[in-house]
Design a protein around this ligand. Structure first.
Ligand code: ATP
Length: 291
């Protein structure tokens, strides 16, 4: 973690408070000035967005989003339902084409690059809804992902060459606490285990920048702490840069170096959690009077 990220992390702990924000948050349409976001270029930016936007049939969904992500940083994205958080992740990962602006990964312009091209550069993501194959075992999910990451053609030899990936698969299942479920079908996993398996599928391709879209969605309260600890370990122990959309404030305040607040498709604020939570504009526009 960079010094900057470490300083932000300590502020995150200081500013922590529990609760879930999202659907019921009040919405005020006026303010669009970004609190705490710096437009300056930075030498250690892994990801840089400048004026990024996406419109559908002329209707703006994401507007003028600019920010830098530093190596080893953890940024959590919050905002009411429909604020544009998933759309922004889709723009960064290449699922949607940006209609405005520039996206850079490690200084290279990837604005028009394909999803696979971005993945080859080390960008990986999970989705809000589960993307697993019910009839396939845990180990086979990770093995297939390892083979897909190995390059074109490798996945056609999945059953003949399965042994080649055994060590990689075992290590990834160990790290994601799924080793004891290796031979279990995905359909038999709990929601928390499914989320762990999605992380395992992601990690086996060794991404440096990870986008997690609501990893706690559908997960029972009992499983949240273990999943949170796993995500923390991916960030801190594996040193991955993480962007995460999450509604559970108690989860993300223990993880995030900075909080990004999305509001009506714009980036309303980007700063340490303590600064964001204390900001009057954010409180009025999103968090509501009660906070
Ligand atoms: N492919 C699409 N075509 C048209 N409109 C879309 C498309 N994808 C998203 N939208 C619209 O863009 C807006 C933002 O949606 P998005 O899913 O990005 O919000 P979100 O902040 O992630 O919400 P949530 O917290 O509910 O997941 C919504 O009004 C949604 O209906």
């Amino acid at each position: 973690m960079s010094n900057r990220a470490a300083a932000a992390a300590s502020s995150a702990t200081a500013g922590a408070s529990a609760g879930v924000v999202g659907a019921s948050a009040g919405v005020v349409s006026a303010p669009v000035e970004v609190v705490g976001a710096s437009a300056e270029a930075s030498v250690d930016s892994v990801l840089r967005l400048r004026g990024v936007g996406w419109s559908v049939r002329g209707v703006p969904i994401v507007e003028e989003v600019s920010f830098d992500v530093h190596e080893g940083e953890f940024i959590a994205f919050i905002g009411p339902n429909g604020a544009g958080k998933t759309s922004l992740f889709n723009l960064i990962s290449g699922i949607y084409p940006a209609t405005h602006g520039v996206i850079e990964l490690d200084g290279a312009d990837i604005t028009t690059e394909s999803v696979h091209g971005r993945a080859r550069r080390g960008l990986g993501r999970t989705f809000q809804t589960s993307s697993l194959w019910n009839g396939m075992t845990v180990a086979d999910h990770v093995r297939l992902a390892a083979q897909a990451a190995a390059g074109p053609g490798a996945s056609y030899r999945i059953w003949r060459r399965a042994g080649r990936y055994a060590g990689q698969v075992a290590e990834t299942l160990e790290r994601t606490e799924l080793a004891h479920r290796a031979d279990t079908l995905a359909s038999a996993l709990s929601h928390g285990e499914k989320r762990k398996l999605e992380l395992a599928v992601l990690l086996v391709s060794d991404p440096r920048l990870i986008l997690l879209d609501e990893p706690m969605a559908g997960v029972s309260a009992e499983e949240v702490p273990a999943l949170t600890a796993l995500i923390r370990s991916v960030h801190r122990d594996l040193g991955r840069t993480v962007l995460m959309v999450e509604h559970h404030m108690d989860v993300l305040l223990g993880l995030a170096d900075r909080l990004a607040v999305m509001h009506h498709g714009t980036l309303l604020a980007l700063d340490t959690p303590a600064a964001v939570m204390a900001d009057a504009t954010v409180q009025q526009a999103y968090l509501g009077e009660g906070l």
